[in-house]
Design a protein around this ligand. Structure first.
Ligand code: UD1
Length: 355
């Protein structure tokens, strides 16, 4: 059987890793990289560090407005999907690369499996919300990470084509955590293990307004311990354009980290402050408190269990919220047991679709 994975952005490389390992030697696995992320630190290091072989095809689409980027991906993907004629097109998460692959495949009547299906923020201003809803509805098989995601899919009439597999990010996190066991994190000068926070800010809702971005940086700057800010290229370019200095107060800006370095840095931190979806979960899985700068989260389990607090507009309160007491310990595992990718491989191999 031939399975073709389409990836393009940083979180998709992380999700691809356990799936590629689970499929190895069991199926012919073709990897197509759209090129949505192209900087070495946003792309290549993930393939190297997570032991994923180089993509078979790189479409090198790069950045652009939503329509231009998604459209260019579709134009470039179509002949590749025709050439490989896979038994399954496997798409991941909720980026423009996900949507482009789903729309292109469904028009070619190729079977689509959507990994991380059923997540909803119910915030229609988020580009990712449209990407995931449209992809779920185009897909023949919705691979859901959580019970809540299954409920969303059932509520939209997609229950019969949905399966709860667990979260592949748990698989990769557990593997990397175990591999790192005992290794100290690599930290900027003057920052001590156990005495800092890790932060990432990259979503349009937080970066595209100068007032909001300045308020977020001011909130981070007022925290008592150092805040290692992993600077996504989008944040770097917008902060520069708005004249916002990132290096102020507690904030220590650094380049994005490779996945193992990120996990190590989070594991030894006092907490995480982020607007990333994946990092909220990674913090929870490592039992590190998280503060999320968003109006809602797709990962509500982290909030319900007390390990994640949302901050929307009251950014002046950010330092107090971040420096809150530790939550009550929990042994709950809402994100699966670390074997989701094997279930994904089993399902794809057992159920070839013919449209
Ligand atoms: C995308 C996803 C988002 C995901 C994020 C992970 C969409 C709509 N959004 O957002 O869901 O959480 O990836 O990082 O697909 N840039 C570079 N180098 C790169 C990549 C991007 O400099 O390698 C800069 C460019 O200026 C670009 C900007 O970052 O315009 C935004 O990149 P883009 O791929 O459009 O979206 P992300 O913000 O990365």
């Amino acid at each position: 059987m031939r399975i073709l994975s389409v990836v393009g952005a940083r979180p998709q490389f992380v999700k691809l890793a356990p799936v590629a390992h689970a499929l190895a030697a069991r199926a012919e696995h073709v990897i197509v990289h759209t090129g949505q992320h192209y900087d070495e630190l946003m792309s290549d290091v993930f393939f190297t560090d997570l032991g994923i072989r180089a993509p078979d095809v790189n479409l090198a689409i790069g950045s652009g407005s939503h329509g231009a980027q998604t459209g260019a991906m579709m134009i470039a993907l179509e002949p590749e999907l025709e050439r490989f004629a896979p038994d399954w097109v496997l798409v991941y998460g909720d980026t423009n690369s996900t949507l482009a692959a789903a729309v292109t495949a469904v028009k070619l009547r190729l079977p689509i499996a959507h990994l991380e299906a059923g997540l909803r923020s119910f915030n229609r201003r988020m580009p990712e919300e449209h990407n995931r809803i449209l992809t779920d509805h185009a897909a023949d098989l919705c691979l859901a990470p959580t019970a809540v995601a299954m409920e969303h899919l059932a509520g939209e009439g997609l229950g019969e084509r949905s399966v709860l597999v667990g979260d592949v990010m748990t698989d990769v996190l557990f593997t990397v955590r175990d591999r790192l066991a005992g290794e100290p994190p690599i930290l900027p000068a003057g920052v001590d293990a156990g005495g800092y926070y890790v932060s990432t800010i990259h979503r349009a809702e937080n970066t595209d307004s100068p007032e909001r971005l300045a308020a977020i940086i001011a909130g981070l700057a007022a925290i008592e311990q150092p805040v290692i800010l992993l600077v996504h290229p989008r944040l770097a370019s917008l902060a520069k354009r708005f004249g916002i200095e990132l290096s102020r107060g507690a904030v220590v800006p650094v380049d994005p980290l490779s996945y193992p370095h990120l996990i190590s840095a989070v594991q030894h931190s006092l907490g995480v402050i982020t607007d990333s979806g994946g990092l909220q979960k990674e913090a929870f899985l490592l039992r590190v408190p998280c503060t999320t700068i968003r109006t809602e989260t797709e990962w509500g389990e982290t909030v319900a269990l007390g390990w994640n607090v949302l901050v929307t507009d009251d950014l002046a309160a950010l330092p107090a919220i971040v420096q809150r007491p530790l939550p009550v310990a929990t042994s709950e595992q809402p994100y699966g047991d670390g074997r989701a990718a094997i279930r994904v491989a089993d399902l794809l191999l057992a159920s070839p679709m013919h449209n």
